[in-house]
Design a binder for this molecule. Structure first.
Ligand SMILES: [Zn+2]
Ligand SMILES: [Zn+2]
Length: 370
């Protein structure tokens, strides 16, 4: 083969490998905010080592492909339907996933699901050292042992509809056992989103009790068999604002409640975080003028849609009442200076209808046109 042909083929192959590798990981574009680095994490999932149907290494590669930085595999201690085929060992899923996690650059946090009937229900213990030591019938003992191992413990799917869960008025109540565990400092977080469910009541509990809010997949089958990624669906993701990209940084962010939950097309979290994400992903640029009409381009560099609704009309300007800033795209806005009496810069306040700082509460943001 001619020398040039060889070089050409080499470059073609190289480009194809590069391209195919890049196309596997679908980044979630979210800015770093307020001096923190933003990580994308899922802290609840299962493998064949409990009632899941995938081998642990697959959880790591799925996470990498879906743009995550950090995961915890949390197989049930008390529910292991494959135990006749796979030897019981509550640490094994972590051990098998670890080398793959290192290869893909995914941070893997050791975890397990303490799976008791309600009360208190299911709780994830992450950042533990040995899940086998938590295999005990008494939930109080299990929680204490987890805490002694340095666990960050999360109340999972508090309103899960299961025949074993006693449901009162359509909900599981915050029971005296939850209060007891909470008072003893034995759990610090709560899932306000689990799989395809959002629990506004859990969000309220989190705000009342200063619990860290989380949204996890709790996936059992392959992720892309559950969520239709090509159609734009995604698993729930926790955005964490860390001082450093390390397990210590992740734990610190969880303990300091620096989380935002990304679920469907919504974000849930503290107003300051949502505001910072919005303002760092959106820019406004004047692109033209025609008489009283002034044209602006509004760009959104994040992976989130923002559904804007104008707070109040302006006496001098016609401003669009509502528009959506689609993820990773631009929209053109026309603002009309009705009698040429309006002056720039024009500060406008919009409600973002899909960014929630509390149940039933959306945030307001400022857009400046100049
Ligand atoms: Zn569970
Ligand atoms: Zn689970």
């Amino acid at each position: 083969m001619a020398h040039l042909q060889k070089i050409f083929l080499f470059f073609l192959l190289f480009t194809l490998i590069l391209f195919s590798q890049e196309s596997f990981r679908k980044e979630i574009h979210v800015p770093d905010i307020l001096g923190y680095k933003t990580l994308k994490c899922d802290f609840h999932m299962h493998t064949v080592f409990s009632d899941g149907s995938v081998w642990p290494d697959i959880r790591v590669e799925e996470a990498w492909r879906e743009g995550l930085d950090c995961i915890a595999i949390t197989d049930h201690i008390e529910y292991q339907p494959h135990k006749d085929d796979i030897r019981r060992n509550n640490n094994r899923s972590y051990e098998l996933a670890l080398s793959v996690a290192e290869k893909f650059g995914i941070m893997l946090i050791r975890g397990t699901e303490i799976t008791k009937s309600m009360p208190p229900g299911h709780f994830n213990a992450i950042f533990i050292k040995d899940a086998n030591l938590l295999d005990t019938a008494d939930f109080r003992v299990a929680f204490r042992l987890a805490r002694e191992q340095g666990s960050f413990t999360v109340f999972n799917h508090p309103f899960w509809r299961d025949p074993d869960y006693p449901v009162v008025d359509g909900k599981v109540r915050w029971m005296k056992e939850h209060q007891e565990l909470f008072d003893a400092g034995l759990f610090q977080g709560i899932e306000i989103v689990n799989e395809t469910s959002y629990y506004p009541e859990a969000f309220r509990w989190a705000l009342e009790n200063n619990l860290t809010i989380l949204g996890n997949s709790d996936v059992h089958i392959p992720v892309t068999m559950f969520w239709d990624y090509p159609a734009g669906e995604h698993r729930p993701v926790n955005l964490l604002f860390v001082t450093e990209k390390s397990p210590e940084g992740v734990k610190d962010a969880l303990l300091s409640r620096r989380t935002v939950v990304y679920y469907e097309d919504m974000l849930f979290g503290k107003e300051e975080y949502l505001n910072a994400i919005f303002s760092k992903s959106v820019t406004v640029k004047k692109i033209g003028i025609n008489g009283k009409n002034i044209f602006f381009e509004v760009s959104n560099n994040s992976s989130f849609d923002y559904k804007l609704s104008l707070k109040e009309k302006h006496p001098d300007f016609n401003i669009p009442d509502a528009f959506t800033l689609k993820k990773n795209s631009k929209v053109h806005i026309t603002i009309r200076n009705k009698e040429n009496k309006g002056t720039f810069p024009l500060e406008t306040i919009f409600t973002v209808k899909n960014l929630h700082s509390a149940p039933e509460k959306t945030i307001d943001i400022k857009l400046v046109f100049e």
